[in-house]
Design a protein around this ligand. Structure first.
Ligand SMILES: *Cc1c(COP(=O)(O)O)cnc(C)c1O
Length: 353
């Protein structure tokens, strides 16, 4: 049982959710860790959380997060996609940062209760969803540099508009040669807040140069492709689907894993291996590289139609269009997420009713 503290006054729901992550629902879930254990969580009105200026997360960034979505169909059925995998991944992130992990089943129960309570907030139009942000952070009131003794685990919900309201909007990537996102032994494979802080500068420079996001190379040799800002990356090279193997510095995306499983189920070979950036650029020059796409919860599939390196740009596939494999994966994944295509993998968790 999760206690619910009632909202005094409910918010006005927006007609249309379009700006990502700015509108939040009436309630949030909060659970605190103290005296060596996680306490009972409560669902309470979405509101400010009070922190002293000496709260440890503000100084040392001991914090991890997740991102997933709930979808509501025309009949009112609400579906979560692979939510248990998100909470399992959050446990690995917590472990890397010495945060006491939250039990995945308890987190899923809390999320289900919260989403069920807020189901009317979930938009139903095609492509829309409820974005879910679970996060956990250190809340010791002390500047000591060590694993904190107090934490908060919170889940907030934000209705999210259609990512592609006018068809696919392919993105342009810049091969990042100066900055690195992660290196061996670091935190690249975990969804922790510091990774994002460290990546913003390269992202800003890419935007200044006319690109949307950076394509990261490995931190050691600066030779092998890793991933994009908040997406994993796939290539269709010589007719084969190729993606960088998880090597300890790449975030193990749930969308990435879903794509690999779907491709295999459809009999389309997919290779997880090291991908040399030279091979990608050669393919772009020769035409052997026919598709690039990113995978991640936010856009699901994000086709890439331009790749830039050192000021030289290559068009990938047809400008402004998604390739055949990207399009198929998008349709299949969003079909499963919204209940239009049967879920043969057991990925969907229905909420309530
Ligand atoms: C969250 C994230 C992804 C995508 O993971 P999904 O589980 O597919 O949403 C990829 N790269 C990074 C760095 C991320 O933080």
């Amino acid at each position: 049982m999760i206690d619910i503290i009632e909202c005094g006054r409910l918010k006005q729901k927006p007609e249309k959710a379009d700006s990502f992550g700015k509108v939040f629902t009436d309630y949030m879930y909060v659970r605190e860790y103290a005296d060596g254990k996680w306490g009972n969580g409560v669902i309470r009105p979405f509101d400010a959380i009070e922190l002293l200026p000496c709260s440890s997360v503000l100084h040392y960034g001991q914090a991890a997060f997740e991102g997933l979505k709930a979808y509501r169909d025309g009949r009112g059925t609400v579906r979560l996609f692979r939510a248990r995998d998100n909470f399992a991944r959050m446990r690995t992130s917590c472990d890397r940062l010495c945060i006491p992990p939250v039990d995945a089943d308890e987190a899923l129960d809390a999320l289900t209760a919260l989403v069920d309570l807020e189901r009317d907030w979930i938009p139903v139009e095609r492509g829309t969803s409820l974005y879910i942000r679970p996060f956990v952070f250190a809340s010791d009131e002390s500047l000591g540099v060590h694993a904190a003794h107090n934490y908060k685990f919170i889940i907030i919900l934000s209705p999210s508009g259609a990512y592609y309201s006018h068809g696919f909007a392919p993105v342009a990537l810049k091969v990042e040669r100066e900055y690195v996102r992660a290196s061996k032994g670091g935190t690249g494979a975990y969804k922790v807040v510091g990774n994002y802080a460290a990546s913003i500068k390269a992202g800003e420079l890419a935007v200044r140069d006319g690109y949307d996001q950076v394509l990261w190379l490995d931190g050691g040799e600066r030779k092998y492709v890793e991933e994009v800002g908040s997406m994993n990356i796939f290539f269709v090279l010589d007719g084969k689907v190729v993606t960088p193997a998880l090597n300890g510095t790449i975030l193990p995306g749930i969308t990435r894993d879903s794509c690999i499983k779907l491709l295999k189920a459809k009999g389309i070979p997919v290779e997880e291996r090291r991908v040399d950036i030279a091979e990608v650029l050669d393919g772009a020059k020769s035409g052997a590289l026919t598709e690039i796409f990113g995978t991640g919860t936010a856009a699901v599939i994000s086709p890439v139609d331009r790749l830039g390196d050192g000021g030289v740009d290559y068009t990938i596939g047809v400008r402004g269009k998604a390739g055949a494999i990207a399009g198929m994966l998008f349709d299949t994944l969003t079909g499963i997420q919204t209940g239009v295509i049967p879920d043969e993998f057991g990925w969907v968790v229905k909420v309530g009713k």
